[in-house]
Design a protein around this ligand. Structure first.
Ligand SMILES: [Zn+2]
Length: 137
């Protein structure tokens, strides 16, 4: 149980949890905006175009008193498509920004040098050339 608590503390203290929380709060607010956009703006426009049919109230009334709420379902699908599209655009923009920020890898420090006498490649810290045996400074 103690291990469990310490693991939980470690999990909470990690920065990614806060990022996740911020993301969820923004996501919830964003979902509310999209739901309002669909219910209050898109659905009335659809019913206007379709000649006064209120799509959001559309449904099939069953004999037992239940309702198959097709309108709600269609609204949820439109919600999903809008959210998926916006997330797709965000991910695309993020990927582009990341690839712009990415710097070229620094060149590895040289480990060899060219012997001034025989022009062959030798170890950087060599004091005598292994090929022509010349003394090097
Ligand atoms: Zn040499």
């Amino acid at each position: 149980m103690k291990k469990f608590i310490s693991e939980f503390k470690e999990f909470i203290s990690r920065g990614s949890v806060m990022d996740l929380a911020v993301g969820m709060i923004i996501g919830a607010a964003f979902t509310a905006i999209v739901t309002s956009l669909v219910d209050d703006i898109i659905m009335p426009i659809i019913s206007l175009i379709s000649g006064g049919i209120d799509v959001s109230q559309m449904g099939i009334h069953l004999a037992g008193g239940g309702v198959i709420a097709i309108g709600n379902f269609v609204g949820a699908i439109i919600n999903f498509i809008i959210i998926a599209f916006v997330i797709f655009c965000m991910v695309k923009a993020l990927n582009k920004a990341q690839s712009m920020v990415k710097k070229p890898e620094p060149e590895a420090a040289p480990t060899t040098k060219i012997c001034p006498f025989c022009k062959t490649e030798i170890a950087l810290d060599a004091t005598r050339c292994p090929n022509c045996t010349s003394q090097l400074q």
